[in-house]
Design a protein around this ligand. Sequence first.
Ligand SMILES: [Zn+2]
Length: 71
Amino acid sequence: MLKCDEVERMLSDYEDGALPFSKMVAIRFHLMMCRRCPALERSLRETIDVLRALRDEPINEGADPEGNKGE
Ligand SMILES: [Zn+2]
């Protein structure tokens, strides 16, 4: 079983899918068992989604993450 701070350290690589399969599984398992890490994972994923949305903006022209068409 991984410790929370190990999971925290690897979480951004986990979100990128950049870890070995065994680590991905271990982290996913930890996220299922832990009360604290899923919230961290969610906020990290939201951050990554925002960054990706910014980077992909020309492709995602129609999709506004805030649902605000501004028209
Ligand atoms: Zn944890």
